[in-house]
Design a protein around this ligand. Sequence first.
Ligand SMILES: Cc1cc2nc3c(=O)[nH]c(=O)nc-3n(C[C@H](O)[C@H](O)[C@H](O)COP(=O)(O)OP(=O)(O)OC[C@H]3O[C@@H](n4cnc5c(N)ncnc54)[C@H](O)[C@@H]3O)c2cc1C
Length: 307
Amino acid sequence: MTDDHDVLIIGGGPAGLSAALNLGRSLVRVLVVDADRPRNAATLNSHGFLTRDGVPPHELRKLARAELAAYPNVEIRSRVRVGSLSRTDAGFTAGIGRREPTETVSARSVLLATGLRETLPEVPNLRGFYGMSLFSCAACDAWELRGRRMALIGESGDLADRARLIARWTESLTVFTNGADVVTMAEEAELAASGVAVLRHPIAELVGERGRLEAIRLTDGTSVTVEGGFVRPEWETDLSFLDGFAPAVDGHGHLVTDRSGRTGIPGLYAAGDAAAPGPQQLIVAAGAGARVAAVIVHDTIGVATAH
Ligand SMILES: Cc1cc2nc3c(=O)[nH]c(=O)nc-3n(C[C@H](O)[C@H](O)[C@H](O)COP(=O)(O)OP(=O)(O)OC[C@H]3O[C@@H](n4cnc5c(N)ncnc54)[C@H](O)[C@@H]3O)c2cc1C
C-alpha cells in the first residue's frame, strides 16, 4: 500500500514535532513516523525548556502530540520505524513498520529528525546511574548537582575542555579517563592548578543505590567519593536505513546541512540533534524544527524569503 504525503518527518522528538506543527499550520500534508525511543528517556526530568523547566521528557512529547491532534493534515505513527528510504523521480518512498517494513509511504520531501545514537564509556553498571545522577549535558543537568562532589567520565579527546566547563558548577571535580590516554600532561597540570584531579586507571565499578552515585572504584583499588556528575558519550547519526544515497556527515557523525536545514540532497532536510553541531538541547531542537518547516514551505513554492 502506498500513502502519499507532502513531507515525511522521520523522528517525533522536539525537532520533528515542532516541524510538524509549523508545517501543519502551513496546510502541508505531513506524516510523522516515530520509533518513540528518545535518547533522553533515561532521565526523569528535562531542564532548560522555557515554560517547561523540569518537565518529564515523555510529558513534553505528550503535550506536543495533543496540540498536533488539532491538525487533520498531520498524521503521527508512533512506535513505527522507517526501515528504508529511497529516492524516486517524485521524491522519496519509505518502508515503515513496527520491526520490519510492512508498508510503503511516499513523500515529496523528507525531514530527518532522528536524533542521535549514543555509546557510553565502557564502565560496568554505568547505565544504572545514567539519567539519575550521571548525565551528559552540563547545561541541562549541572544546576541540580551544583556544589556537590562530581565526576566526569570519558574516553574522548575533548575531556579536558569538558572538565573546564563542568568545574563552573563545583569546586570538587575528578576526571576519570577509564584507562584511555585522552588528557595530555599539560592539560592535567592546568586542571590540577584549578583543583581538578585526573585519574587514569580503568573504572572497576560505580558504587551507589537506586541510581544515586556514591563512589567510583578503580581497578588499582582507589575509591573516590562522588555524588554525581557527567559522562562523555560518543554520538552518531544512524543513517543505516538510507537506501542508495548518502548525505554528507561531519567528523562528529552529524548530518551536514546549510543553516536552513537543507542537506546536499534535493528535498532532504535535517534538524535537531541529528544535524546541529549543538548544543544538544530540547529547545534548540524544537527551534531547528520550526526553522526547517518554514524553509520547506518556501522551497516548495520557490520563494527565497528568509522570514
Ligand atoms: C540523559 C539525557 C538527558 C537530557 N536532558 C536534557 C534536558 O534536561 N534538557 C534538554 O534541553 N535536553 C536534554 N537532553 C538532550 C535532548 O534529549 C535532545 O537534545 C533532544 O531530545 C533532541 O531532540 P531531537 O528531536 O533531535 O531527537 P530525539 O528527541 O532523540 O528524537 C528522535 C526520535 O527519532 C526516532 N527515530 C530514530 N530513528 C528512527 C527511524 N529510523 N524511524 C522512526 N523514528 C526514528 C527516535 O526513536 C526518537 O523518538 C538530554 C539527553 C539525554 C540523553
